[in-house]
Design a protein around this ligand. Sequence first.
Ligand code: CMP
Length: 140
Amino acid sequence: MATERTLSIIKPDATRRNLTGKVNACFEEAGLRIVAQKRLHLTQAQAEAFYGVHRERGFFKDLVAFMISGPVVVQVLEGEGAVAKNREIMGATDPAKAAPGTIRKLFAESIEANSVHGSDSAENAAAEIAFFFAGIEIVG
Ligand code: CMP
């Protein structure tokens, strides 16, 4: 399998509980490398643009309000099959359905406050990485 990059966001529920290091340990222990990382407080416009694909969904307004409720940590993860591997490490969107040992099972509070976001395809990963990072900020 090829080396890939994927976009990860540690969400406000996790930064509020000081879980950045524990979440990062999950990635590193599973063999993913954090090749870029920064802490941001998103504006409403940024959160709406990032989640634009969900604009018509009933949860969109609440999702945006949650994502701007505190700092996030955006990061680029690199490794063999990183997109799928990260989704495995995160677990299902709804923590009630997430497998044991996954980040969402371990740490998420609800389907909305679910601790992490990860790109769902290689194509979206490229777009989501470009949304937050310049090439010069990614050091493999
Ligand atoms: P994420 O992977 O960041 O992508 C969109 C987010 O919307 C998702 O994680 C959830 O945190 C959030 N969300 C809130 N309600 C729902 C829902 N009913 N179905 C899917 N995602 C939801």
